[in-house]
Design a protein around this ligand. Structure first.
Ligand SMILES: O=P(O)(O)OC[C@H]1O[C@](O)(COP(=O)(O)O)[C@@H](O)[C@@H]1O
Ligand SMILES: [Mg+2]
Ligand SMILES: [Mg+2]
Length: 335
């Protein structure tokens, strides 16, 4: 039997043998993984626990919160606030930043997360997840401000997600490729199941919410029309389609077997650049995809180069197999 490497050992090796991460970052990632394990337990309880259904609150984006959105958010905050590695956190579910209280040791990192991605899938037992991104706090001033978080995705020092699906799987990058860890419930730990994940450069599978077709911009319509034309069309091949409505699950499939994912700007809310959030959805996923040899753009530029101006900023997202992303981006006149 091949020896399984735990997440802890993997991170220790990244720190000690390869010098890729400082000890504080390693410990921070272990705390995040522990919180994800706790969230996985809550997800698995389903109707046996008080975790399903809607809470009576709305988040900053005006979206009705699910009970699990709140549970996941609180679990991540509680697990991380006393760890001593963080200065502050930001979440899809909180309007402002959460500064680590003075009674806890202060750290040098900033953690951003989408505590529960794919909320509409909670009650129907379809894969959901947690997405996270880690930044370093600028050192030029004491204390923490919202502005400290407004760094482009290229400044991330770690990013990942945990998917709660048929298996609970944590996927991580610290800037040296993408590794995947599966939760071994008997051991109670994440074990390394894949390293150096690579996304094929070509694909015959796209993911987009087709019900929005009439609202799309011309370049997106052109790309999808060409895919739908199949063998007889300009692409000369048939395409398959998947749309799970959990970004985490769609991106996971793309990391495993390739594909392109798009949530583009559309005419429903013309003043917003897109639906997905830059800081805790697009940036971590964009970096993971790039680290796996794929590409991630907003149609004009690399997502990782978008300069954020707001914590909850939205962005148009095109990511996945490199050649397809480059094609759609070129239809937009980008890069
Ligand atoms: O329902 P739609 O419009 O297809 O949107 C689905 C998208 O919205 C999201 O669910 C947004 O995430 P949240 O559940 O965290 O709000 C993505 O995960 C997914 O890709
Ligand atoms: Mg989300
Ligand atoms: Mg969410």
């Amino acid at each position: 039997m091949t020896e399984r490497i735990s997440l802890t050992r993997y991170l220790v090796e990244q720190q000690r043998d390869h010098g890729r991460i400082p000890p504080q970052l390693r410990l921070l990632l272990e705390v995040v993984a522990r919180a994800c394990k706790r969230i996985a337990l809550a997800v698995n309880k389903g109707e046996l626990g008080d975790v399903m259904g809607t809470a009576s609150t709305e988040n900053v984006q005006g979206e009705v919160q699910k009970k699990l959105d709140i549970i996941a958010n609180e679990t991540l905050i509680e697990a991380n606030e006393w760890g001593g590695h963080l200065a502050a956190m930001a979440s899809e579910e909180m309007e402002g930043i959460y500064v680590v209280p003075n009674r806890y040791p202060q750290g040098e990192y900033l953690l951003l997360f989408d505590p529960l991605d794919g909320s509409s899938n909670i009650d129907v037992n379809v894969s959901i997840g947690t997405i996270f991104s880690v930044l370093k706090k600028p050192e030029d001033h004491p204390g923490v401000q919202v502005g400290d978080f407004l760094q482009p995705g290229s400044a991330q020092v770690a990013a990942g997600y945990c998917i709660y699906g048929p298996q609970t799987t944590l996927v991580l990058t610290v800037g040296d490729g993408v590794a995947m860890f599966t939760l071994d419930r008997e051991q109670g730990s994440f074990v390394l199941t894949r390293e150096n994940i690579r996304i094929p450069e070509d694909t015959k599978e796209f993911a987009i919410n087709m019900s929005n077709m009439r609202h799309w911009d011309a370049p997106v319509r052109r790309y999808i029309d060409e895919c739908l034309a199949g063998e007889e069309g300009p692409r000369g091949k048939n395409f398959n389609m998947r749309w799970i409505a959990s970004m985490v699950a769609d991106v996971h499939r793309i990391l495993m077997r390739g594909g392109i994912f798009m949530y583009p700007w559309d005419k429903r809310e013309p003043n917003k650049p897109g639906k997905l959030r830059l800081m805790y959805e697009a940036n971590p996923m964009g970096w993971l995809v790039e680290q796996a040899g794929g590409a991630a753009t907003n149609g004009k530029e690399r997502i990782l180069e978008v300069q954020p101006t707001q914590l909850h900023q939205r962005v148009s997202v095109i990511l996945g197999s490199k050649n397809e992303v480059e094609r759609v981006t070129s239809y937009h006149g980008g890069i």
